[in-house]
Design a protein around this ligand. Structure first.
Ligand code: MN
Length: 241
């Protein structure tokens, strides 16, 4: 069994989400072969050298899961793109580049965070290119911590996000981008998060039936995509279960 989640936006201010995540690890992920976390796992990440006690406790629970035999793959989101090797070493997970094609149930599947599909926001796309450039990342990682915190606050403010994101606050994917990236990567299944609009979309790619599965954010409820003998099941669950 494989599990995919995204957009937990873990932060100390939402202990209900962290508790639900720990419960999810102990009751579901423990039975999974592989857990994929497709970005925005943390609400904010200013560098592995600035890990907070809260973030360290999350790393330790991931480490427990990986020690128990579940493989964990982590993809960057637009909030936590500064997560680095140090965190992954501590958490026992492997960084997955965005985009990645993996094999799920014998089928090539494209995994993305999803922000790169939202091309209607050119200012964000420019910023994203700059932020994902290795040289920019090198510079960012070497800024004093106070400056990094200040920048993180500014970034969150500019994306009009002081509180939790509603789908309406996030630019949705550009419809034409979907069949293009799927054809480019020769897949008929795309799984991504970011937009906070969980859904299963049917479409056509090169005249073939295809599907796009959008993972949900964890806010009012949690979301996970489970892949097993029954197929694909995208379902919400109560945070306080
Ligand atoms: Mn995102």
């Amino acid at each position: 069994m494989i599990l995919l989640i995204s957009d937990l936006h873990l932060e100390e201010e939402r202990p209900d989400i962290s508790r639900a995540f720990l419960h999810f690890l102990q009751t579901r992920a423990i039975h999974a072969e592989t857990l994929y976390i497709l970005g925005d796992f943390f609400e904010v990440w200013v560098g592995d050298d600035a890990i907070s006690p809260f973030q360290r406790s999350i790393a330790q629970s991931l480490r427990q899961l990986s020690d128990s035999g579940t493989r964990i793959y982590l993809m960057h989101g637009n909030r936590d793109f500064m997560i680095g090797r140090e965190f992954c070493r501590e958490a026992g997970c492997t960084l997955l580049r965005d985009p990645s094609v993996i094999e799920l149930a014998g089928e090539p599947v494209l995994l993305m965070h999803g922000d790169s599909l939202c091309t209607q926001d050119p200012a964000y796309m420019r910023l994203r290119r700059w932020l994902r450039n290795p040289l920019s990342l090198f510079i960012l990682r070497h800024l004093p911590l106070a400056t990094r915190h200040k920048l993180a606050r500014k970034l969150r403010k500019e994306s009009r996000v002081q509180t939790r994101l509603k789908a309406g606050d996030i630019v949705d994917v550009t419809p034409a981008e979907i069949p293009r990236v799927m054809a480019d990567n020769a897949v008929r299944t795309l799984i991504h998060g970011h937009t906070h609009r969980p859904a299963l979309h049917k479409l056509e790619v090169d005249g073939q039936p295809a599907r796009r599965i959008v993972l949900g954010d964890w806010d009012k409820q949690g979301w996970a995509l489970q892949i097993d003998e029954q197929g694909y099941q995208l379902a919400p669950f109560a945070l306080d279960a």
